[in-house]
Design a protein around this ligand. Structure first.
Ligand code: SAJ
Length: 416
């Protein structure tokens, strides 16, 4: 049983809003806090400002029952969950300014005894930085009750949910809870145990921070292996999908899927936090990032060379902008990067983009006069070259319509 009844969730994004909703549907009094007034208004209407299966039902239900509301000002609460972005800076170290800004909102509300949980993906030391930053603003409190000062508890509890399966994985995934003190870890564990049916594993704050980064780096390294194989196979004239399918029959081999590059706000970012913390030592992790980051340019070159033998009136169809299948999230998407480069390098060609999950082109592409967002059939009727960048479910039916096209299939959509 958690002694906590009220929770403020700072940051109502892809992680904060689902977490706020699941806490609210489990009986907590939850206030979601966001700097974006439109997000706050949408949540208060019971609406979700992005696509995530089943989230709308939770948010609408929690708001109508009065368990969830949103505001731009941080309220007083017994627990705070900080789920704000931690992007990387020019030098690829983590930008902690959003965490600091959340701390400035929390500081005036503290009365002693609160639990503050950092959920944002963080470089090693970020939870300690949050604690130091807050306690510098409120020096009458302490981490451990030294000299009789009232305690504020700090823990790191990284989220590990997969976009597209968030409402399921919030409940079923095992969870790591890293406390700056054992008391903080125990309090955080009791809070998550209310809705998390997976195992809740206790550790210290820095190990928890690293665990999250390591999980995503593991994935990045393995995708880099697949991407490198796709480039090698192309050079050798081998079908990489057949190669991987065959190799994966070995009982201890499980090669992932090559693609146009690695996107999203996690796998393409988090490994850099490890590289930044240990630049000399993190050689494989850095190399994997470089392999994956170089894949979009390789795809662009493939498309350009496929046009060499075709007429100058040829149009190009680009299928998919999202960073992966069946979501509307375009952040750090290699598909957007490829479409952008194609439109710059192929200025005399029309680029027809098909992305069923968006209604308008993203900022990067909207400014190009040779780019248009169109329906699939229109793109196919206009284009001789088809570039498949995302394995969205509806694209899996395209094969019969591609017989007379030059196809660059970066996801193996026609092979899997
Ligand atoms: N990708 C490939 N080949 C593959 C698998 C993925 O090219 O075989 C690409 C995807 O197309 C996408 C990128 O990698 O561009 C990342 O996709 P993903 O589905 O592997 O992962 P994310 O970024 O959506 O979510 C990851 C998850 N981490 C792990 O699986 C270790 C998720 O559990 C984390 O919660 C999330 O990062 C996060 O927030 O950190």
């Amino acid at each position: 049983m958690s002694p906590i009844e009220t929770v403020a969730v700072i940051g109502l994004g892809y992680i904060g809003l689902p977490t706020a909703a699941i806490l609210a549907t489990n009986g907590f009094g939850v206030v979601g806090v966001d700097v974006n007034q439109e997000t706050v208004d949408a949540v208060n209407r019971g609406e979700v400002p992005f696509v995530e299966p089943d989230l709308s039902v939770h948010v609408a239900g929690a708001v109508s029952q009065g368990h969830l509301k949103a505001t731009t000002d941080t309220p007083s609460a017994q627990a705070y969950i900080v789920a704000v972005p931690t992007p990387f800076k020019e030098d690829r170290s983590a930008d902690l300014s959003y965490i600091e800004s959340a701390a400035r909102g929390i500081a005036p509300q503290l009365q002693g005894g609160e639990l503050i949980i950092l959920e944002s993906t963080s470089p090693p030391g970020a939870t300690r930085h949050l604690a130091d930053y807050l306690l510098a603003l409120r020096p009458e409190f302490s981490l451990d009750g030294a000299n009789g000062a009232p305690v504020i508890h700090f823990a790191h509890c990284p989220e590990r949910v997969l976009p597209g399966r968030v409402m399921i994985e919030l409940v079923t995934n095992d969870r790591i809870v890293g406390g700056i003190t054992p008391e903080a870890a125990a309090l955080a564990k009791d809070l998550y145990a209310v809705f998390c049916k997976g195992e809740i594993l206790i550790t210290d704050d820095v190990t928890a921070e690293m665990a999250k980064l390591v999980e995503n780096s593991y994935r990045d390294v393995n995708i880099a292996f697949a991407n490198e194989l796709s480039v090698i196979s192309d050079k050798l004239g081998i079908d990489v999908w057949e190669l991987i399918r065959l190799a994966n029959h070995h009982p201890r081999v499980n090669i992932l899927n090559p693609g146009p590059g690695v996107g999203g706000h996690c796998i393409a970012v988090d490994p850099w936090f490890i590289v930044s913390a240990a630049p000399q030592e993190a050689q494989l992790i850095r190399a994997a990032r470089e392999v994956n980051d170089s894949k979009p340019a390789w795809v662009v070159n493939k498309v350009i060379s496929s046009l060499e033998s075709l007429s100058p009136e040829t149009e190009v169809a680009v299928f998919g902008l999202a960073f992966k299948a069946d979501i509307d999230d375009l952040r750090e998407s290699p598909a957007v990067e490829i479409a952008d480069e194609l439109s710059k390098q192929l200025q005399t060609y029309r680029i027809n983009i098909v992305e069923p999950h968006v209604e308008t082109l993203p900022r990067e592409l909207a400014g190009h006069s040779n780019v248009e967002l169109v329906a699939a059939d229109e793109a196919l009727s206009r284009s001789a070259v088809v570039v498949l960048l995302v394995d969205h479910e509806p694209f899996k039916q395209l094969a019969p319509k591609l017989a007379d096209k030059t196809v660059i299939d970066t996801r193996g959509l026609l092979k899997r």
